[in-house]
Design a protein around this ligand. Structure first.
Ligand code: KIV
Ligand code: NA
Length: 264
């Protein structure tokens, strides 16, 4: 695959080949993850609480996320770049959703957009898809609805699994090319992945999904502190940066840097 397209993702699902996805919000991470062969890069609204210093994803605006998206699309050659529609930028109407999605495509060069919601978002998904914009849906726990969902909790336990299944069917029917499932019991997510023809991308949804996504600052340990159960840490970037910064400060304070070799 020279450039990841929506049909490649569907073919990967058919072949049982897992799909890889990470967030990215800037040039060098995008270049690095693209070089590593990550299939999908999500410029998540999680930039709100991983880049911009907010506590949640709610405050980030379209105008804040567009330049980050632009940086990522400029920096990849193979990966598909998905722009995440911020809270309040698509829920009012299909027209509002379409116009916001158009900005991600035209102003930031996104290849697709993602939005949160199931059956209730079907009209928005349909409008965007018919208008030439591939849509990735996001069901189960949807962080933008934290306050109506009553906090960060697993969705679809017991009888509630019917609701997640109905949402999955609805977004596929509406034309979504893939669907993120967040914090859904593994057996429910596996069942949904078997039933749907579009790929499912899990985060906290077990190994039965067609692909996986993680926020890179979680996966590679730039963020420290308490991590959700679904996070696996593959690197310790925080320690690397901390040691580097301390060594630099020590050298500057002692006069060891810059040396003659760094001096004109
Ligand atoms: O914004 C984000 O990072 C996300 C993923 C975790 C799915 O929506
Ligand atoms: Na998001």
């Amino acid at each position: 695959i020279r450039k990841v397209r929506t049909h490649h993702l569907r073919e990967m699902k058919e072949r049982g080949e897992k799909i890889t996805m990470l967030t990215a919000y800037d040039m060098y991470t995008a270049q690095t993850f693209d070089e590593a062969g990550i299939d999908l890069l999500l410029v998540g609204d999680s930039a709100s609480n991983n880049v911009l210093g907010n506590e949640t994803s709610l405050p980030i605006t379209v105008d804040e996320l567009l330049p980050l998206t632009r940086a990522v699309t400029r920096s990849v050659s193979r990966a598909m770049v998905v722009g995440d529609l911020p809270f309040g930028s698509y829920q009012a109407s299909p027209e509002q959703g379409y116009l916001t999605a158009v900005r991600f495509m035209k102003e930031a060069g996104a290849h697709a957009v993602k939005l949160e919601g199931g059956a209730e978002m079907a009209p928005v998904i349909e409008k965007c898809t018919r208008g030439g914009i591939p849509v990735m849906a996001h069901i189960g726990f949807t962080p933008q609805s934290e306050h109506t969902l009553g906090g960060y909790r697993v969705q679809g336990r017991g009888d509630a699994s019917e609701r997640v299944l109905a949402d999955a069917r609805a977004v596929q029917e509406a034309g979504a090319f893939a669907v993120v499932m967040e914090m859904v019991p593994g057996d429910v997510a596996e069942q949904i992945s078997k039933e749907l023809t579009i790929p499912t991308i899990g985060i906290g949804a077990g190994n039965g999904c067609d692909g996986q996504v993680l926020v890179w600052q979680d996966a590679f340990g730039l963020r420290t502190g308490r991590m959700a159960r679904f996070v696996k840490q593959y690197a310790d970037v925080h320690s690397v940066l901390l040691e580097g910064a301390r060594a630099y400060a020590d050298d500057v304070r002692s006069g060891a840097f810059p040396g003659t070799e760094h001096t004109f």
